[in-house]
Design a protein around this ligand. Structure first.
Ligand code: OAD
Length: 239
């Protein structure tokens, strides 16, 4: 049997917006309401860990109330016809909860914490006891930090992500302002000539990439359009 085409999806905060998760740079976004370098940088954590823990605990509570939306679910559905790889800047777990099997997190995972002194020691928070389980100390007694890539820190999964993008037959970007590198640069690694789509109601400039098809819609609506396009692609390549 012929292999399925490889579909690589790069997602940002916009894909989770319709699930009720606040984005970062839209009007009313997180970085308008919180001092970013205090709550999301290595230096900020060193200066005031409590402030940082409180910030991420708030995000965790928001996430526990959220459900995957139609866009997350549509991506999981596409696994029937494609080898789908999701590379996400998001720290939420909505792709996994929607059923996507291959999810690579570039900026960490909200429901995990890791030891300050031993980066290999990672714990998953007990979501049933989030109120009573402090995220500040591990079960082994270690002081812990959010399992988040702070500003000023390298992105450990970027090389893996580049490798995945280079293998793509189709590349799709959804809901990101393309403001944060290295994630924003992944598009540079697509093989020449492959179809590239960008779903976002307020897309960033793609002037450097003339071959990008922009779908100027919210994620759920844009994914309906894209699903039709991709089904046509599958039919065409069957022949
Ligand atoms: P941003 O907040 O920068 O951008 C959100 C994007 O989502 C914008 O382009 C919006 O137009 C778009 N958007 C809003 N509503 C949407 C909807 N319903 N459907 C589709 N798109 C929608 O978020 P990111 O680009 O993900 O890093 O931000 C990148 C990184 O900056 C984050 O991972 C985070 C932040 O600092 C860390 O915390 C490490």
């Amino acid at each position: 049997m012929k292999n399925k085409p490889i579909l690589v999806i790069s997602t940002g905060a916009g894909i989770s917006a319709e699930s009720g998760i606040t984005t970062f740079r839209d009007a009313g976004g997180l970085w308008e309401n919180y001092p970013v370098m205090q709550v999301a940088s290595a230096q900020g954590f060193a200066q005031n860990p409590e402030l940082v823990h409180n910030f991420y605990n708030k995000r965790r509570k928001e996430l526990l109330k959220a459900e995957p939306n139609g866009a997350h679910k549509a991506l999981a559905e596409l696994e029937k016809d494609f080898d789908v790889y999701v590379i996400t800047q998001n720290v939420d777990d909505l792709h996994e909860r929607a059923g996507s099997k291959n999810v690579l997190h570039l900026h960490g995972e909200l429901m995990k914490i890791r030891s300050v002194s031993n980066p290999d020691y990672i714990e998953t928070l007990d979501t049933d006891h989030l109120e009573t389980t402090p995220a500040t100390r591990g079960r082994n007694g270690d002081p812990m930090r959010p399992h988040i890539v702070f500003f000023q820190e390298p992105v450990p999964n970027i090389e893996k992500a580049v490798e995945i993008v280079m293998s793509a037959d189709i590349f799709v970007v959804i809901g990101t302002s393309l403001a944060v590198y290295p994630a924003a640069g992944l598009i540079e690694y697509t093989r020449p000539g492959i179809p590239v789509f960008y779903i976002d109601p307020n897309p960033a400039s793609t002037a450097g990439h003339p071959d990008v098809t922009v779908i100027r819609k919210k994620a759920t609506e844009g994914m309906r359009d894209l699903t039709e396009i991709l089904h046509a692609y599958v039919e065409k390549h069957k022949k």
